[in-house]
Design a protein around this ligand. Structure first.
Ligand SMILES: [Zn+2]
Length: 191
């Protein structure tokens, strides 16, 4: 054994201890936390005489959307994406339109219940990206409010919730103004 090793070895041991104390907690995080994604899509038809509610926000418009609940197509797509991320089916299974107890229910209430299902699976929202498809009305003035309401229902920051809108270039039923569609992608972290 060289004389130099007796000097270097304690330094190496110290360096190893520092390294392992950093790596082990982070390794545990990498091993335990799992990122999962889900996708959601929904479409509802316009009807006369109903309020238009999107992202939990009432939007002034001449028509509303047909549905068993408040027909919030945006929140339905988000809820389906979250359920997909934890492989827990879809909102049709959890909240069937044959259930009279949820007739006219706010879809934000549905979203809160979906968030409880996430919690039961030790999952939490990382981020959501959603897009509304419609020729009208204009959604831009309401997007920030929608992000806030959805974020509050999920117990997360509105910086984790993206809501966008586009037209369907006058193509198909959406393009003819017969309804509104929405799609969403959700990312969750499972411990
Ligand atoms: Zn729906």
């Amino acid at each position: 054994m060289s004389a130099g090793c007796s000097v270097r070895c304690p330094q190496r041991i110290l360096a190893f201890v520092i390294w392992i104390s950093f790596v082990i907690p982070h390794s545990a995080f990498i091993i335990c936390a799992m990122i999962r994604c889900g996708i959601g899509y929904d479409i509802h038809r316009f009807v006369e005489g109903r309020k238009l509610v999107l992202g939990g926000v009432e939007i002034p418009y001449s028509r509303g959307l047909e549905g068993h609940s408040d027909a919030d197509v945006l929140v339905h797509a988000v809820a389906d994406a979250l359920l997909g991320a934890i492989s827990a089916g879809d909102i049709g299974q959890h909240f069937p339109d044959t259930d009279k107890s949820i007739r006219g229910i706010s879809s934000i209430e549905i979203l809160k219940r979906v968030n409880e299902l996430l919690a039961q699976k030790s999952a939490r929202v990382v981020n959501i990206d959603a897009t509304l498809l419609a020729e009208e009305p204009k959604f831009a003035p309401h997007v920030e409010a929608m992000r806030k309401v959805i974020a509050d229902a999920l117990g997360t920051s509105d910086s984790n919730i993206s809501v966008k809108a586009t037209t369907n270039e006058r193509l198909g039923p959406i393009g003819r103004g017969e309804g509104i569609a929405a799609m969403a992608v959700a990312t969750v972290e499972v411990e």
